[in-house]
Design a protein around this ligand. Structure first.
Ligand SMILES: [Zn+2]
Length: 258
């Protein structure tokens, strides 16, 4: 079996962190070789760096902030230390960051959220590392901002938009990370049918977006994501594993496959 990558998991979140070792062991048994752990606050960063100490060749970090956090405080705190963390290879991406208009209806809050998102986009550009974007009902603004800063290394995580916008993102060479909810989500199944495999990555979004509604996800679930993509694309599991892992290697400048 070819090595798999989980590009987005919240293993450093307090309620998940206590069982992170168990989840990583289970991931390795299912041939998941790399897990990108999403960090959204200082407690998670401490937990994430703890994981880096023990699993330095398996877990890597991406740093962003909660989408419900409308302060520049988190950005100011993290942006000072991220360059060093990138240099030391602890942090390999910005994220998750983005805009969720389903949760914010107020225009002033949307302005603030956009300004914060722009700061993160600018930082990813400056450091030349990928940015992992979470977005809901805001894809037009998200794509406009990404274009404004001319960022090329983009992962749209748990994409919830339509197929026309998805095609726009594919044209720009962005990647879509596909979560375990593809098992029941018609929208995700449709997405996979229109996006080329060359633009796809696998994610678990642990503990969110599980394969069964209401069930927690875990990093080893990227294997069933790959199986489902293979079924939809009428390709072999090996090909899906190979291409998505190659995509990850190219985007994150990391060697995994022999
Ligand atoms: Zn997430």
């Amino acid at each position: 079996m070819i090595a798999l990558v989980d590009v987005h998991a919240h293993l450093a979140r307090q309620e998940v962190f206590s069982k992170a070792s168990e989840l990583i062991k289970d991931a390795l048994e299912n041939n998941v070789k790399v897990i990108v752990v999403s960090i959204q606050n200082d407690i998670e960063l401490r937990n994430g760096l703890e994981l880096r100490k023990i699993y330095s060749t398996i877990t890597y970090l991406s740093i962003g902030q909660e989408l419900s956090d409308f302060t520049i405080h988190t950005y100011n705190m993290f942006s000072k230390i991220i360059p060093r963390l990138v240099e030391e290879r602890h942090v390999i991406a910005i994220g998750e960051v983005g805009l969720d208009y389903s949760k914010i209806r107020d225009n002033i809050l949307r302005d603030i959220a956009r300004a914060i998102f722009e700061k993160w986009v600018e930082l990813s550009k400056k450091l030349d590392i990928p940015i992992i974007v979470h977005s809901h009902r805001a894809y037009n603004d998200v794509l406009t901002i990404l274009e404004k800063y001319d960022v090329k290394k983009v992962v749209l995580h748990a994409y919830s938009g339509g197929t026309e916008t998805a095609k726009r993102a594919v044209d720009r060479g962005y990647y879509f990370s596909i979560p375990p909810s593809i098992m029941h989500s018609k929208q995700k199944q449709k997405l996979v049918s229109v996006v080329p495999l060359e633009n796809m990555l696998l994610e678990s979004d642990t503990p969110e977006l599980g394969p069964v509604f209401g069930q927690e996800s875990k990093p080893s679930h990227v294997k069933i994501v790959a199986e489902k993509i293979a079924e939809i694309k009428k390709k072999s599991l090996e090909e899906v594993a190979y291409v998505t892992t190659r995509n990850f290697e190219r985007l994150f400048n990391m060697k995994i496959l022999d």
